[in-house]
Write a protein that binds this ligand. Sequence first.
Ligand SMILES: NC(=O)c1ccc[n+]([C@@H]2O[C@H](COP(=O)([O-])OP(=O)(O)OC[C@H]3O[C@@H](n4cnc5c(N)ncnc54)[C@H](OP(=O)(O)O)[C@@H]3O)[C@@H](O)[C@H]2O)c1
Length: 358
Amino acid sequence: MSTSQAGPDNAPVQVAVYGATGHTGRFVVAELLRRGFTPIVSGRDAARLEALAKEWGEVVVRPATVDDPAALDRALEGAAAVINAAGPFAVTAGPVVEAALRAAIPYVDVAAEIEANAAMFAGYGEAARKAGTPVVPAMAFYGGLGDLLVTAALGDQAGGPAAADVVHVAYGLSGWHPTAGTRTAGQVSHQRRSGRRVRFANGALEYHDDQVREQDWLFPEPLGRRRVIAEFTMADVVTVPSHVAVPEVRTYMTVEAARDLAASDTPPPEAADASGLSDQTFVVDVVVSAGGAERRATARGRDIYAISAPLAVEAVQRLLDGRTREAAPAGVISAGALFDAADFLASLAPHLTVDLPA
Ligand SMILES: NC(=O)c1ccc[n+]([C@@H]2O[C@H](COP(=O)([O-])OP(=O)(O)OC[C@H]3O[C@@H](n4cnc5c(N)ncnc54)[C@H](OP(=O)(O)O)[C@@H]3O)[C@@H](O)[C@H]2O)c1
């Protein structure tokens, strides 16, 4: 474990994790402990939190259900920030962000539900600005990482806000063993879309019934040419256009991973060694067309759930240290708009290997 994170009065810095019992929440708690924060572990299952707390050691246990605002307020007491890792976010994001705004502390979540991500931007921007609080949705593998890569690929564009003609985000997953939370998120999103598909085109989310289409994608070596599902739409279609003027964001998924996700008998992720990480690997390959030029940014790593923990915790650490593009950011803001993207990505080594344009 690293040196304790201490505030100005030398008290340990507490960060609340809502959904600490989940697969991703547990990686988040471990990452906070590794960095010397004191996690306040919260969620709906008090017995499970107590049992896990015995393994974690230096944590504060504060159970709360999302329909109990007073319990959520107690859970956030003394916390410098909250990370919400409990999905479905269609259910948890509203109550937890409202508690964060009442406490006037930063809120970071790992939501990969496009409609929930969009609802956060649409519904909480003004309240977050008024509270003087940053709210960062999708600060995880899907949503946050793609947005940081797109922002880093665009670099410093002279003359105003970032702009692009089209953004492509291709996910090269060796496989996808989904958690129960991922499966539920998929079902919730499917219901919200009444079974339709969604893409980001003509500057907006478009719902459609077009056939699923496959194509080749040329990933950097060693992955190389792979078959991908085109318009396998992920949270990047919300995070990227939230601050980049772009009419089209297209996301792609390797067919093997899409098949794993669709199959009801694909097992959940399993630790492959003592690190707790699975042996599933990923490449996120971003190609941005802007002003007639193409720029590429690529990240490689292992375990899409585990990598979400350093992404979310690094965001919290930077918010608390003031390492943000603007002093005192407030409102609903995505990772690329909030942070120095290239510096953020570089700080995630050795979890992530990143290639950015020179
Ligand atoms: N953007 C990304 O790249 C990314 C990465 C990782 C995860 N995620 C998302 O994060 C969510 C969690 O994923 P996971 O892998 O950790 O799944 P998981 O292992 O199934 O954990 C789900 C967590 O949510 C909690 N939860 C579920 N319904 C709840 C409710 N109504 N009220 C309060 N808590 C509730 C569960 O609590 P109990 O233990 O009490 O059941 C558990 O802590 C999913 O929505 C997933 O899509 C996104």
